[in-house]
Ligand binder design. Structure first.
Ligand code: GLA
Length: 396
C-alpha cells in the first residue's frame, strides 16, 4: 500500500501514453491470504481470510466505441474485445478475467459502455494469493465507476465468481472474490459461505505479524485435483443424505453425526468429509479464540488445519510441508499452515513481532536446504477490500 503514491502516477502516465488522455477513474482490489477454513467455501462452510497489501490497480476511461481495450503493464500487452460478442483470448489469457466480468455484467443486464483500461498489479502470479479474483473485482469496480450501476459488495463478489466459473471455466468457491471486495483493514473477515453473512474480526495491530511464504512451486495439479475434491464432497453428501435427509452440504453435518454415519462412506471420501467437517469447527473455534486474544489456541488450530489438509484432504505437498515445518520449529510462531487450494502456492504463518527476524532468517534457509529453492517471503498487513481511489467523471 505504501507505494501506491508511486504506482498511481506511473499508472496515470502509462494511461496518457497509451490513450492520450488521463484516466477518469482509478480503482484497486487486493489479493488475499486465508488464515483458516480451507476447502470449506464450496461446502457452504466458513472461512477466515484477510485482504493483503498486494493489489491490482486499474485506470479506466470511457471510450466512444463499443469496445473495451485492455493494456497490462505487467505483461506489456494489449487485448481488445467488442461488447457485442465477448469471447476468450487464448493468447492473452490474463484478459479473460476482465472479459468474463464484462460478459457477466451484460448477462445480468447491467448496461456497460466501451472503455479503455490500464491494469497494473503487484500480487505474485500463480502463487495462490488470488491475483485472478483481484483482477475480476478490480474490473467490476472500474466498470461500476464508469457506468454507475447499482451493485452491493456481496453481489459484486458473486458476479466475479460467476465470471470465473462460467466464462474462465474455473470452478472456484466464493471466498477469494468476497474478501477482495469486502476485506477490512486490520481485520480478518469471518464469512459464512452459505448465507454470505460476514463479520470483521479485529487482528491485534501490535505484537503479531502475518507472514506469507511462497514455495515457488508450479501448481500443476491444482485445477484437476480441485474438481476431484469437490466431486468427493458431493459424493459424501449424497451418501450421508440416506441417513441425514435434511443435509444440503457438508456444512450441515455435525461431528457427532459424522462419528455415527461416517463409516458408511468409502475410505477416501470419508477422509475428505472429515477434513471439511472438522475444518468448519476449527474456523468457529478460531474466531472465538481471536475475539478473546487467545493467539496460542488460534495458532494450534492453524497447525491442525495444515495436518488435516495434508493427511485427510491430501492437497499439501513436500514444499508446503517443508515451509510449515520450518516455521513450527521457531519459538514465537503461533501457527503455520498451507493456504489456498494447495499443491504449491503459499503458507501463512502468525508470528510474534519479535520472532519475525528469526523467521526471515531460518525459514528460507531451511527450505533451501531441503528443497533447493529460496522461497519468496512477505510480511503482510491486513488491508481493506476493493475501493475507488479516484473518480472524476467528465462533463458530457
Ligand atoms: C481456491 C478457491 C477458493 C477456495 C480455496 C480453498 O483459492 O478459489 O474458492 O476453495 O481454493 O479453500
Amino acid at each position: 500500500m505504501a507505494d501506491l503514491e508511486n504506482r498511481i502516477p506511473c499508472l496515470t502516465n502509462k494511461f496518457i501514453e497509451i490513450y492520450g488522455v488521463p484516466p477518469q477513474t482509478i480503482v484497486r482490489a487486493p489479493g488475499r491470504v486465508n488464515l483458516i477454513g480451507e476447502h470449506t467455501d464450496y461446502n457452504d462452510g466458513y472461512v477466515l481470510p484477510i485482504a493483503i497489501d498486494r493489489d491490482i490497480l486499474i485506470g479506466a476511461a470511457p471510450s466512444a466505441e463499443p469496445t473495451v481495450c485492455l493494456y497490462s503493464v505487467n505483461f506489456d500487452r494489449i487485448s481488445m474485445f467488442s461488447l457485442d460478442d465477448i469471447m476468450r483470448d487464448p493468447i492473452n489469457d490474463w484478459s479473460d478475467y476482465p472479459r468474463g466480468v464484462a460478459y457477466m455484467l451484460q448477462k445480468r443486464r447491467k448496461k456497460i459502455g466501451g472503455a479503455n483500461l490500464v491494469i497494473q498489479g503487484d500480487i505474485p502470479l500463480a502463487a495462490g494469493l488470488s491475483s485472478s479474483a483481484a483482477l475480476e473485482v478490480a474490473s467490476a469496480m472500474a466498470f461500476q465507476a464508469l457506468d454507475e450501476f447499482e451493485m452491493s459488495g456481496p453481489e459484486m463478489a458473486l458476479l466475479c465468481q460467476a465470471a470465473e466459473n462460467e466464462f474462465v471455466g474455473v470452478n472456484c468457491g466464493i471466498m477469494d472474490q468476497f474478501i477482495s471486495r469486502l476485506g477490512r483493514k486490520n481485520h480478518a473477515l469471518f464469512i459464512d459461505c452459505r448465507t454470505l453473512e460476514h463479520e470483521a474480526v479485529p487482528l491485534p495491530e501490535d505484537g503479531i505479524k502475518v507472514i506469507v511464504a511462497d514455495t515457488l512451486k508450479k501448481r500443476g495439479l491444482v485445477d484437476s485435483e480441485y474438481n476431484v475434491r469437490r466431486a468427493q464432497c458431493e459424493e459424501a453428501v449424497s451418501i450421508l443424505r440416506t441417513y441425514l435427509p435434511s443435509i444440503k452440504a457438508l456444512r450441515d453435518v455435525t461431528a457427532p453425526d459424522f462419528r455415527r454415519y461416517g463409516r458408511e462412506l468409502p475410505p477416501t471420501v470419508r477422509r475428505r468429509a472429515e477434513h471439511v467437517i472438522m475444518e468448519n469447527s476449527r474456523v468457529l473455534e478460531s474466531v472465538e479464540a481471536l475475539r478473546h486474544g487467545k493467539l496460542a489456541l488460534f495458532g494450534r488450530l492453524m497447525n491442525q488445519s495444515h495436518e488435516s489438509l495434508c493427511d485427510k484432504y491430501e492437497v499439501s505437498c513436500r514444499e508446503l510441508n517443508a515451509l510449515a515445518e520450518a516455521a513450527w520449529r521457531i519459538p514465537g510462531v503461533y501457527g503455520s499452515r498451507m493456504t489456498g487450494a494447495g499443491f504449491g502456492g503459499c503458507t501463512v504463518s502468525l508470528v510474534a513481532a519479535d520472532a519475525v527476524e528469526e523467521f526471515l532468517e531460518r525459514v528460507p534457509a531451511e527450505y533451501r536446504a531441503r528443497i533447493g529453492v529460496t522461497p519468496s517471503v512477505y510480511v503482510c498487513t491486513p488491508e481493506g477490500g476493493a475501493e475507488v481511489l479516484m473518480n472524476e467523471p467528465q462533463e458530457a
